[in-house]
Design a protein around this ligand. Structure first.
Ligand SMILES: Cc1ncc(COP(=O)(O)O)c(C=O)c1O
Length: 381
């Protein structure tokens, strides 16, 4: 029999996996100091871009000798720049276990036509990391946003590797500990864990990645938007705030606000703790209910940001229609917005647990999920 609606509602129903919820203290008046209508090359614009770079370094604990650049086209732009600028110098291994990782495989194999070794795993699983040879260039996603599966650690990345590790960390940065000594190229977008705006990507380069850029020229042409070097030298300005092309100073201001908020909750440690608490509330809910389970098969690979869930009740007739209907009920009640599984992923739900989401909202939402499940089981019957 259907259960009645819970008494408590989440204060904020935004559980989207990107763009993610804004920080709880956000409102648009916080962006009043944006350098709008000014040149981004003027001192005021340059200072703000530099503050975004150095704030990123400070909050994420990125080593002083790593370069951090603000680049066009969100995380996709940052990843594509890295792939097109760096690959081709040595053998490449591509690792993929969900949609975005698979997208990078397509680009490298079909567009760049590199004869890469491709290692894939199904949704819910992860590739055999012990089999990866880091003397090759290795491209992987730290947290597979559409599967809710993340690498459990970086033990499989050799310290004395000859290849470069290129890591799409867009749904991991600011929620998981990233071991910078193991990562040569790391990318993320402001729109993810900090709840910023899309538009710009962050490209983080180790000294070895810079060395590659300065010693290797790819066989293919590079559009201006991808070019990181000039005359065989790194364009240093990109990494001090002189962006390749015009950035949105409104998005920059928003990111500066998000960084300030991050500091106010204890920086990276505080952000990780918030994501862990959110995800744990969902994990506990799955443990307590036999009709729902984490898509990640191994607990060590469970994401603490993009938590993906599958329905496991054998009364469900059409899995995809059922999951959609449950998500729709929650949206109609303004309890949870945008929690349907990613379009290429198995049927189910995806609940964003990054630090901008309040644990009290996750806890208020979950009983409603039970309500929507029961209501849909009854409707289906
Ligand atoms: C793992 C991963 N890579 C890349 C992207 C694309 O990011 P963007 O749209 O910010 O370029 C996403 C977006 O969700 C993602 O989750």
């Amino acid at each position: 029999m259907a259960i009645s609606q819970p008494a408590t509602r989440p204060a904020n129903p935004r559980f989207s996996s990107g763009p993610c919820a804004k920080p709880p203290t956000f409102d648009v008046t916080k962006l009043a100091d944006a350098a709008l209508g000014r040149s981004h090359r003027a001192a005021i614009g340059k200072d703000k871009l530099k503050a975004a770079i150095e704030g990123t370094r400070e909050v994420l604990g990125i080593p002083a000798d790593y370069k951090i650049g603000i680049v066009p086209a969100s995380d996709t732009g940052a990843v594509e720049m890295a792939l097109w600028s760096l690959l081709g110098a040595r053998k490449v291994e591509m690792l993929a276990w969900e949609s975005f990782g698979s997208g990078w495989v397509t680009d490298v194999v079909k567009q760049l036509k590199i004869d890469a070794e491709v290692k894939t795993a199904d949704y819910g699983q992860i590739v055999d990391l012990a089999s990866v040879d880091c003397n090759n260039d290795v491209v992987f996603t730290w947290n597979g946003t559409t599967a809710g599966v993340r690498v459990p650690n970086a033990d499989w990345i050799a310290d004395d590797r000859e290849g470069l590790t290129i890591c799409d960390a867009t749904s991991a940065a600011f929620a998981m500990d990233l071991p910078w000594d193991k990562l040569d190229v790391t990318t993320f977008s402001w729109q993810k864990v900090l709840g910023g705006e899309a538009a710009h990507g962050m490209l983080i380069l180790s000294p070895r990645a810079v060395e590659r850029l300065e010693s290797y020229t790819p066989a293919w042409p590079l559009p201006k938007i991808f070019r990181l070097t000039k005359g065989g030298k790194l364009i240093d300005g990109i990494f001090t705030g002189a962006t390749i092309n015009t950035p949105s100073m409104l998005a920059v201001e928003d990111y500066l606000f998000a960084l300030d908020w991050a500091r106010s909750v204890g920086g990276l440690k505080g952000l990780i703790a918030r994501a862990d608490a959110n995800a744990q509330a969902v994990f506990d809910f799955c443990d307590a209910n036999d009709w729902i389970a984490n898509l990640a098969e191994d607990d060590a690979t469970r994401s603490n940001t993009s938590v993906c869930l599958k329905f496991t009740d054998d009364r469900i007739k059409d899995g995809a229609a059922f999951a959609k209907a449950v998500a729709k009920r929650l949206e109609n009640e303004n309890i949870a917005l945008d929690i349907g599984a990613y379009r290429d992923a198995p049927a189910g739900l995806r609940i964003w647990c990054g630090g901008t989401v309040e644990t009290s909202d996750i806890e208020a939402m979950l009983p409603w999920l039970a309500w929507a499940f029961e209501a849909e089981i009854e409707a289906q019957a």
